[in-house]
Design a protein around this ligand. Structure first.
Ligand code: FVT
Ligand code: MG
Length: 337
């Protein structure tokens, strides 16, 4: 095929294919579908509980009963899956994070309630200790506050098995400990959970875009000024992301993820095009908050920038997107038919 530069004007006028809607639709290279959307949700103890998250306008923490109600709408819209995040009461947080693998704990009960009410809705669980530690780090720390890798991995295995036993379809380790995918995969195999999928947060960066998520979980205050730079990736690195992804695949990940989204679409592109595996991206809380803040000020058209940001992730190569906009985007897609 001739390279595009050989198609000279006026034989080629690229504006011809942009002249009307039907032509633009015919030549459009990338699309967003409801099939690409995963909805992250925050779950609370209690009944009939609904709490707004001030730094994430439109996002609510819900108790299990209200989440099950909302799940009916997700199914109706055709959203494939939810990703669960627990709001853990301060008294249930500890240095050992042992509430993370309580078979009667909040997440185990949420999984069972959702799978019973809506078996067709995929349930993805977060495997990480940060909601459960008294200090908000994603692992068990030594006396200097350093997050211990191998001890933490043992805890993550307990947590992943707890979720799989409760019926989770997919576990998503988001902590960035080395070797956790292999350890979790082996434990799942040994315990008969051969079809439990692992979506690995493989290239998760030590980003400042996670702030509103920590507000939602109530870990902002416990974490304070301490960072996660000893385990999450350095924003300056790109090759290292491919190394992380390759290791997680070798250890048994079924799908991989890059996080955050919009500032890291070069990473999404490289992962998808170099490794050619199911690749996901997380449009994180800070991205959501920026869009909402600008829209609420009338500085941007909220619906339009939302759809554009999600399409950009598809164009970069993401097969799916975890986004707090999932319901709003799905409604727009449904209207378009
Ligand atoms: N493990 C999940 C997250 O850290 C989410 C971050 C965000 O939405 O900002
Ligand atoms: Mg890794």
């Amino acid at each position: 095929m001739n390279s595009p530069t050989h198609r000279a004007f006026p034989a080629s006028r690229l504006r011809r294919n942009r002249v009307d809607d039907f032509t633009r639709r015919l030549v459009r290279e990338h699309r967003l579908s409801v099939d690409n959307l995963i909805f992250p949700v925050f779950v609370l103890e209690g009944e009939g509980q609904r709490e707004a998250v001030p730094s994430m306008p439109g996002v609510e923490r819900l108790s299990i009963d209200l989440l099950v109600e909302q799940a009916a709408e997700l199914v109706e819209l055709g959203i494939p899956a939810v990703a669960l995040f627990p709001v853990v009461a301060p008294e249930d947080r500890s240095l050992s994070a042992s509430a993370a693998w309580d078979s009667q704990g909040l997440i185990a009960r949420t999984i069972r309630a959702l799978k019973q009410a809506h078996p067709e809705l995929g349930v993805i669980t977060d495997v990480a200790l940060d909601p459960y530690t008294s200090h908000g780090q994603d692992g068990i720390i030594d006396n200097d506050g350093y997050v211990l890798n191998d001890v933490t991995v043992e805890a993550l295995v307990n947590q992943a098995l707890c979720h799989a036993d409760a019926g989770a379809d997919m576990v998503a380790p988001s902590d960035m400990m080395d070797g956790r995918i292999g350890a979790i995969r082996q434990a799942l195999e040994e315990n008969g959970h051969i079809n439990t999928r692992i979506m690995a947060y493989s290239a998760k960066y030590a980003s400042s875009y996670y702030g509103p998520f920590r507000d939602a979980l109530g870990t902002s205050s416990t974490l304070g000024k301490s960072s996660k730079e000893t385990y999450q990736m350095d924003p300056g690195n790109s090759d290292e992301a491919l190394h992380e992804v390759a290791m997680d695949l070798a250890e048994g990940a079924d799908m991989v993820m890059v996080k955050p989204g919009m500032p890291y679409l070069d990473i999404v592109y490289r992962v998808k095009h170099e490794l050619k595996v199911p690749t996901f991206v997380y449009q994180v809380s800070g991205e959501y908050a920026m869009h909402m803040a600008a829209a609420e000020n009338g500085w941007l058209d909220g619906d339009k920038v939302m759809m554009e940001s999600l399409l950009a992730m598809r164009r970069a190569g993401a097969d799916g997107i975890l986004t707090y906009f999932a319901v709003r985007a799905a409604r727009i897609l449904q209207q378009r038919g």
